[in-house]
Structure formats: structure tokens, C-alpha cells
Design a binder for this molecule. Sequence first.
Ligand code: AOF
Ligand code: ZN
Length: 359
Amino acid sequence: MAATIRLSERHVGLTGTNPSVGTLIVRDDGNGPVIVGRGITAPGGRPHAETIALAEAGDLAIGATAYVTLEPCAHHGRTPPCADALVRAGVARVVAAAGDPDPRVSGRGHAILRDAGIDVVPHLLAEEARQPMSGYLARLTKKRPEVTLKLALSRDGMIGRRGGGQVAITGAIANAQTHLLRARHGAILVGAGTVLADDPALTCRLPGLEDRSPLRIVLDAGLRTKLTVQLVRTARETPTAFAVLGQPPAAAAFRAAGCDLVACEAEPGTERIALDELLDDLAARGHSNLLVEGGAETARSFLEHGLVDRVVLVTGDMVIGPDGIASPLTPSDMPAEFRAGRQLQLGPDLWREYERRTF
Ligand code: AOF
Ligand code: ZN
């Protein structure tokens, strides 16, 4: 199952509203277990993992064990139920990790298998299997994309220098890890202030993963971003959207440059974009996860509204000093609702992950 979960990781961020599920078909004819079929939910979400793995296994699936990271589906969606496909293929045993909260499936996938006489072993490494599908689970249970807030901090807790343009806080290894994080997200968001100060590209630039750049979204109520910034200039290669209020005068020029404009609602009594409504909208457009990369004000708004599920803090080795912009979060003042997870030493930088306790 651990290998099946690792397999499922490969299409995280590519499967739209579907989870990236992994399946391995394994048989043992007396000489030890052999993998005879493997499948990952296809980009776009279909075909499902089981169908792909069963097709590879062919007749070798008869009497074999199927390892699946999610309870096989029981519904007729755009594809027939995977539970039926496993029965038809003659699989003897199904080992499943996470249960599926989708009401069309929940419990029924396992029931179909058991009714057909298949030996079902549920909940093996369920917690581990839920990690790669956390976006799918958030969208289904919270009706919004899973939000990860990522900030790079100097040793003195600053995220940038006032009026100083982009500051290189972290090194090459941590930056590559950030690009991998981007590749696993369908959308990335920053505030207009960050675009003005840093002119970021917000793409995934890892060799071989360049096509995994997420949709770039700028929170820009009044559309004050300049048409000359990278995000606008490259909007035809990597989609860029601006979350705005009303009909800003510059709207037509941004559309002509290939940007998408998302009309948002204001937070009552303010000129600020209502973040919960924006997240609703993104979920409705099929986004399961969102990476928030700053700046301080945007990060603070997401935190104050309780909309952050995961935090990544990367502490670099440099000092910015008193003209720095203080981070809204540091490892020493992490709110109690977040528990510390993985820590990676990446060259000179320390990468720390935190997860909201309630799920
Ligand atoms: C599986 N294997 O690989 C995935 C599953 O719209 P549909 O017809 O593709 O169905 C979407 C639902 O299928 C989704 O909500 C979830 O319950 C399940 N996803 N199931 O057996 C897979 N990706
Ligand atoms: Zn299925």
C-alpha cells in the first residue's frame, strides 16, 4: 500500500475535481508477489486508477490482489463503477486505504465487492493515503479548495524588504522544493502588493515539470497591477486571473492581454475581496487546492478568516534587518490550531510544514 500511495502522488494537481488515486494489482504464483498492473487516475480525472491497472493486468488479474488508495467507486458517473470492474476482472482480494466521502460511493464500493465474494481489507494506511487527496477531501467536505500558505522568512522573521524589490531569502534546494509544491497545486494566489513589489513569475520551473504551473491569481480589488508585469506578459502561456471588485476601468485591457477577470464580492462594509466567496467560486470552477504565496497582508487575511489548512514556513540563513516586512507567522508564534509536521533541512534553509489540527 505504501508503494500504491507513492504512485498516487504522481498526478496530484492534475486530476481536476477527482482525487489522484493509485492502484496496484499484485499476484503471487508461489515465487513471491509480482506487480501485474498499475494505474493512477488519469490527468483530467478519468479513466479511474482501477480501470487503467486492470487493463494492464488483463487475465493476470484473476485471483490477484488489488491495492487501492481510495474505496473503489460504486456509481455510474462518466465511467462505469470501478467496484464492478474489479468484480468482473476476477480479483480475489481488495486492500483499500481511505474511505470515499462522496455520498454516491461511501461504503457502497466495499459492499459491491463483498457481495461478489471478494475479500475486502479496508483502512490500511488510510491516514497516509489521505495526504495526496487532501484537496479532493477538502473540496468535498468544506466546499472550498484546500489552502496552503507558504512563506519564506529571513533568520530575523522578515518576508521582504520595504520598497526593496524581490529579496533572495532561500537557496536553490528550497526553491526547487517550492516549485514542486507549485506543481502539486491547481492554483496559486498572491496579493497585488506582492506583484507590484516583486514582479513574480509564480511558475513551476523544474526541468520536465514546466507544464505543471498552476493558474496564477492576483487579489487586486481595484485592478491596479501594471500591464507590463510578468504575470500579464506571460498570461497566454500560463493562465493568469485577477480577482476584482465591480468593473475596474482597466478590465478590457487585461482581457485583451489574455488575462481572466474574476468578479468578486466585497467583504461587507469594506473595499476588500470576500475571500470565502472567492474560494467558493474556485471550488465551483473545479479547483481542489490553492497555494497562497504572500504577501504579509494577504497571508494575514487568509489566517484571520480561518481559511488556511496548511502552512509551509521556509527559514533562510540571511538577515533582513529593521527595514524588513515582518512575517505574520513565525515558527515561534505558530497558533495552537496548527500542529507541526514534516521538517526538511534543505541546504542552508529549514523547511517546516504545519497542518490544521481539526479535519
Ligand atoms: C475510483 N478511482 O481513480 C478515482 C475515483 O465523475 P466521475 O465519474 O469520474 O467520478 C468521480 C468520483 O469518483 C469522485 O468523487 C470519487 O468518488 C471517485 N474517484 N474513484 O474508484 C479513481 N479518481
Ligand atoms: Zn472509479
